[in-house]
Structure formats: structure tokens, C-alpha cells
Ligand binder design. Structure first.
Ligand code: PHE
Length: 488
């Protein structure tokens, strides 16, 4: 397994994968979900989910990519020609996510740049300023695609080595600042972490499982793609452990940074600290009440969020770029530019819909009664990602078989102590797929209860379309591998 094209160092790979994992889900989703779902009780359940589903699925996805040294479609195809379409689903999901995640990325960019003018109260005017929203989304996508164009080592790895430590330093500093504010800190911490096992229901566990998936960037081909860029010198088991730990620490730090500060400066806002409001309405108000120092904290905070969003979108873009450039033998720059332009075009109506329908709650472009971002978010996160993660577990647990997988993982330079081999073998066959199936079924059930049938139809329709396209066009044709990149 010689590595010609990929990550140069273990730490570079870990930072890149952690860069994908650490995103809006950690800085924004995790804090308010924890506060809403029983504080420390939720944190414990979340950690269990990271271990039981996250860690096991991540090893499996990285392994599928590493053994193939190829894009997700080829990676499944080398296991068995008839399951290559699993890979196509794994490429299609990121393509969709880029289109809406970039809009939020654009928002964070706007809030960073605007920090010194004050962000309080701007959301309702900014988010419906069509031109501005489109412009910042475009800039955000340009930055992300620019990094991809640099390649895996000189683009993704280099950027992660600079940006991820920066992000970590910023969040640690803000957390320290927030925790040393004195008055209110206790209330903030108790709002965030006060254990309340009485609120723990099946729904809490489902929220934690879903959050673990999303936060670790599983079920969308990313870890397959990044895994394919690793060789023997990178230990996947150890790396997975570090990525999971890093991702969880950043999520916890985000809560420690946010709630004590809200409780100190504006305690009456604590209870409305949810969803979009938390990051784009409540925090700007808190920063505003701080005077000049608030502008600096605001800049640092939104810069950190932008970094997290860029490193996540970069990983999504890489999955699609890798497939297109290898399958169609075009060069990386052209592939990345093409994808960027298409995603940008699709993001325009979604951005307009988000501002008008979701924020102002007025008429605007909507999809089946939902704002377009929520619609796509439900399609990908609720329905498609668990399916895609299930594909990875079934492939390793039932098609490749755990005995062989464990042997190959070890032979490719990764350490797996005896106990882990045993645990992994049982988990990957039975426990993890069963848990993922529960997440999927309850997600679909939720959509049925909410009468969002279109979400289910579009999501499963997409899987069927991917399968049809695969069998018609890709099954018997060459779909490329990493080594091809040097030829074009
Ligand atoms: N893991 C990222 C987060 O926590 C989310 C993400 C989603 C990243 C999709 C890449 C792709 O926000």
C-alpha cells in the first residue's frame, strides 16, 4: 500500500478529519441540545453514542476507504460490484449538504466581518437581503473550493494544520473568559449541565444518537474519502479515538463558552437560547452589551465558527471532487470549480428561502411547506445519513466480515488490542447496525407524524435513483482510483 496521493502525516490527517467533524453541530447544535435534554445526563448518553456508534462506524468507513485507495463508489465496488451504488449514495449526500451548509457558512462569514459594526438585530434584515446572502455564500464557497484545489496534502492538510489549532485556542480562550466572569457563571453552568435524568426518554437517546452521527461526519462518504488518502503510516484506530475525543471536547467547550456568558450578561435570554436564535440573535446581543471588548470577542467567536464551517464544507467538497476527478479523469481544479458553480447555483433559492420563510416567516420559495434548508436538512440528516452509515456497517460486518476486516486493519499498520478486536467484531455486526436502524426508523416515523411525506419520498427516491444510475452507467465502467490523479 504505497501512498502517492494523500495525507503526509498522522497529525495532519487527524486534524483534517477533526476539521470535518468539528462544525456547526458542535458549536451550535450540541450546546442547546444538551441544555434542552437533561444537561449532564444528555452528555453521558451522548458519550455512550460516540463510543457505541460513532467510533465503530468511523473505523469502518476509514477502513473501507483505506483498503480501496479510491473514491467512495470504487471503494464499495472493490468489495462487491453489486454494492457500488452504496458509494454513489455516499457521494450524493455531500453534494446536497454543500448547497445548504454553505449558506450558513456565508452567514458566519458575514457575522465575523460585521463584528465591529455590531451584529445585534441584523439577522432579520441581513438574511433577506438577497444580494448579500448570495454574495457571502459565494465567497464562502470560493474559499472552500480554493482549499480543495490545492490538493489533499497542500490544500486540506495544510489548511487543517493551521486552522484547527487556531480554532482550539480561540474556543479555550473564550471558555476561560466566560467561566471567569463571576456572577451568573453558576447559573449558566447549571442551565447547560445540570443533570436531569427525569427528562431522559427514548427521544433523548435518539437526539443523542443523531447528534453523534452528524457531529462525527459519519454516513456521508467523508471518512471513506479521507481514509483512502491514508497509508500504513497512519494508525486508523488510534486516529479515530483522537478524532472522537477532540470532537467531543470541542462540543463541551462550546457549551462552557456560551452559557455562562449568556447567564452573566443577559440571564433573561437563557431560556430562548435555542436553534438559529442562539448563534445569530442571542449571542450577538450578549456581545453587544459588552461594549468594545464585545466586538473583539464577537470577532474571535464568529471567526472560530467560520473556520469550523470551512473545514466541514471542505470535507464535503472533497468527497464529490474525488469522485468526479477520478471517474471523468479531469483535473482537480476543474472538478472542484464545476462542483462549486453547481452548488452555488442550487444554494441561491435555498438561501432566499431560509431568510424569508424560516426567519421572517413570510411567503417565499418553500419546498412542501418547509423552508428549503430545513427540507434538505431533514432529507439528508434524518433519512439518508443513517442509511449510508448502515451501508458501511453491513459492508464490513456482513460482506467483508469482521475477522477479515480486523486482520486487514492490523496488517495495514493499525493497532487493535485483543479486547477491541472482539468488541469491534460483535458491535459492527449486530449492535451498531441495530442502533443505526433504530435512528433511521424513528427518523422516518417522526417525518410521518409531522406529515412531511415529501422528505421520505425525496430521500428514498434519491437512493433508488443512485442505484439505477449506478447499474446503468457505472457498474461495468471504470470508476477511478486515487492513483489516477497523477495522470491528469
Ligand atoms: N460534523 C459537522 C458538524 O458537527 C457537520 C458536517 C456535516 C460536516 C456535514 C460535514 C458535513 O457540524
Amino acid at each position: 500500500m504505497t501512498k502517492k496521493n494523500g495525507f503526509a502525516s498522522g497529525i495532519g490527517f487527524i486534524l483534517a478529519a477533526a476539521g470535518s467533524a468539528v462544525g456547526l453541530g458542535n458549536l451550535w447544535g450540541f450546546p442547546y441540545k444538551t441544555a434542552q435534554n437533561g444537561g449532564a445526563a444528555f452528555v453521558l448518553i451522548y458519550i455512550a453514542c460516540v463510543l457505541l456508534i460513532g467510533f465503530i462506524t468511523m473505523i469502518s468507513e476509514l477502513y473501507i476507504g483505506r483498503r480501496a485507495q479510491a473514491n467512495a463508489v470504487s471503494a464499495y465496488k472493490v468489495v462487491n460490484k453489486n454494492i457500488g451504488w452504496f458509494g454513489l449514495v455516499a457521494v450524493a449526500i455531500p453534494a446536497f449538504i454543500i448547497c445548504y451548509y454553505s449558506i450558513l457558512g456565508g452567514w458566519t462569514l458575514k457575522f465575523t466581518v460585521n463584528s465591529f459594526n455590531g451584529n445585534a438585530g441584523i439577522l432579520s434584515t441581513f438574511s433577506v437581503n438577497t444580494f448579500e446572502v448570495i454574495a457571502v455564500t459565494g465567497v464562502f464557497l470560493l474559499i472552500s473550493a480554493g482549499i480543495i484545489m490545492g490538493g489533499v496534502e497542500k490544500g486540506i492538510e495544510k489548511m487543517s494544520k493551521i486552522l484547527m489549532p487556531m480554532l482550539f485556542v480561540i474556543i479555550v480562550c473564550i471558555a476561560i473568559y466566560s467561566l471567569t466572569l463571576g456572577e451568573g457563571v453558576k447559573e449558566g453552568l447549571s442551565f447547560f449541565l445540570k443533570p436531569d435524568f427525569s427528562t431522559v426518554t427514548t427521544k433523548t437517546i435518539l437526539v443523542a444518537m443523531g447528534q453523534a452521527f452528524y457531529s462525527l461526519s459519519l454516513g456521508m462518504g467523508i471518512m471513506i474519502s479521507y481514509g483512502s488518502y491514508t497509508g500504513k503510516e497512519i494508525d486508523i484506530t488510534k486516529s479515530c479515538a483522537m478524532i472522537c475525543i477532540f470532537d467531543t471536547i470541542v462540543a463541551l467547550l462550546a457549551g462552557l463558552a456560551i452559557f455562562p456568558a449568556v447567564a452573566h450578561f443577559n440571564p433573561e435570554l437563557l431560556n430562548s437560547s435555542q436553534g438559529v436564535a442562539l448563534m445569530f440573535i442571542i449571542l450577538p446581543e450578549v456581545f453587544e452589551s459588552l461594549g468594545f471588548i464585545g466586538k473583539i470577542v464577537s470577532f474571535a467567536f464568529f471567526l472560530m465558527v467560520t473556520i469550523a464551517a470551512v473545514t466541514s464544507v471542505v470535507s464535503l467538497l472533497e468527497v464529490v471532487t474525488q469522485f468526479i476527478l477520478q471517474k471523468y479523469q479531469v483535473n482537480r481544479k476543474k472538478a472542484a470549480a464545476g462542483i462549486m458553480i453547481i452548488c452555488f447555483a442550487v444554494s441561491i433559492p435555498i438561501g432566499i428561502s431560509l431568510g424569508h420563510v424560516a426567519i421572517l416567516e413570510e411567503d417565499g420559495p418553500a419546498l412542501f411547506g418547509l423552508d428549503a434548508l430545513t427540507f434538505f436538512d431533514l432529507v439528508t440528516n434524518t433519512v439518508l445519513m443513517p442509511v449510508c452509515a448502515l451501508f458501511a456497517c453491513i459492508t464490513v460486518g456482513w460482506i467483508i466480515k469482521p475477522e477479515r476486516a480486523v486482520e486487514e486493519i492490523e496488517a495495514s499498520g493499525s493497532t487493535m488490542p485483543e479486547w477491541l478486536k472482539k468488541v469491534y467484531s460483535v458491535m459492527i455486526r449486530f449492535v451498531t447496525p441495530a442502533l443505526i436502524l433504530i435512528v433511521e426508523i424513528s427518523g422516518v416515523r417522526g417525518e410521518i407524524i409531522a406529515k412531511d411525506y415529501a422528505v421520505i419520498i425525496v430521500a428514498y427516491g434519491m437512493i433508488i435513483i443512485c442505484a439505477i444510475i449506478y447499474f446503468l452507467f457505472f457498474k461495468n465502467s471504470y470508476t477511478g482510483m486515487n492513483a489516477d490523479e497523477h495522470k491528469n
